[in-house]
Structures are given as C-alpha cells and as structure tokens.
Design a protein around this ligand. Structure first.
Ligand code: ADP
Ligand code: MG
Length: 160
C-alpha cells in the first residue's frame, strides 16, 4: 500500500474510505491510528473492520473503557483504544501480547500511549480536522515491524 492523503467530508465518507482500505489489507497487520479526539479514528475503524467482514458497522463502537474489542469473522480483528492509559506501558504489562499470537488485524487508537515492538507489518494512519466535517486522512506506506520498544535517545544540546 503506497503513501497517500485522503480528504473526506462526512463520517459516512470516512467509513466508505475505511472499507476501501480494508480491501487492500491482509493479516497479520498492525494499524496505528493517530489524531486528536473527534478526528475520526473510531469512524475509520468502523469502515476498516466492517470492510474486513469481521463485524457489522453498528457493532463497532469505541473501546475507550474496555481497552480491547475482539471480532472474529473471516479475519480476526482487535480494536484497541489506549486513550485512558496514562503511563508508557507495553503489550506485556497491559496483557495485550495474546493479540499477536496468531495472524490478525490489530487496530490501535492512541498508539503513542504504549511502547510498541512488533515483527508484524505496520500501517500508520493519521487523521486531522480540516473544517467542521472535513478530515484529512494520511495513510502511510506499510513498513515491516517496529524494532525496539526502547529506542536509544541521545540527549540533545539545546540551541542558544
Ligand atoms: P475519534 O475516535 O478520533 O475520537 P470518532 O470517530 O469517535 O473520533 O468521532 C468523530 C466524530 O466526527 C463523529 O461524530 C463523526 O460523525 C464526526 N465526523 C464529521 N465529519 C467526519 C469525517 N469527515 N470523518 C470522520 N468523522 C467525521
Ligand atoms: Mg475513538
């Protein structure tokens, strides 16, 4: 899947685009969806998960309070929302390692809340408000894996 930017003008259009994305997706795949509250992450997830045939649109709701929703259709899908996770946990401390036991599509909203490491292909999607009902959806290229949960960060010298 190549890098691209999609603009939508309603929630319905975002769902439709999610369904299109789903047609190009196969497990195993980790999808990281970023964007502020109300940007449309869950709305896009509705399109992707229903497009994968794993659930009906109306059965896909925000997993904000439950952390993970599991769907088992032709494809196994996990929809995760880490909004309420305040510290930097990892799969292990949150008990999410099991999600990666067998090929699945794992969608994570607010992935920056977690230290991630995986060998799976990774698709990053970023949503942005661009007007009342207008959203910009930036879909990156699929890359293979996230190598380290603890990247070495060198303290930088502040300029001036
Ligand atoms: P998030 O999961 O990022 O917090 P949601 O998908 O739950 O966001 O909510 C997005 C809200 O914005 C929904 O109420 C949806 O109907 C509305 N909306 C309006 N226009 C769009 C659009 N173009 N794409 C996605 N959602 C939109
Ligand atoms: Mg959401």
């Amino acid at each position: 899947m190549s890098e691209r930017e999609i603009v939508t003008h309603s929630g319905e259009e975002t769902i439709a685009r999610g369904r299109e994305l789903a047609s190009q997706i196969k497990p195993p795949l980790l999808i990281l969806i970023t964007g502020e509250l109300g940007a449309g992450k869950t709305t896009l997830a509705k399109g992707i998960i229903s497009g994968l045939g794993a659930a009906r649109e109306e059965d896909i709701t925000s997993p904000t309070f439950t952390l993970v929703h599991s769907f088992c259709g032709n494809v196994k899908v996990f929809h995760v929302d880490l909004y309420r996770i305040s510290d930097a946990h990892d799969f292990h401390t949150l008990g999410l390692e099991d999600l990666f036991d067998e090929p699945a599509v794992v969608l994570i909203e607010w992935p920056d809340r977690m230290r991630l490491r995986t060998d799976w292909p990774v698709l990053r999607i970023r949503l942005e408000h661009a007007g009342e009902d207008v959203r910009k959806i930036h879909v990156a290229e699929v890359v293979s894996g996230i190598p380290s949960a603890h990247p070495a960060v060198k303290p930088g010298k502040s300029a001036g």
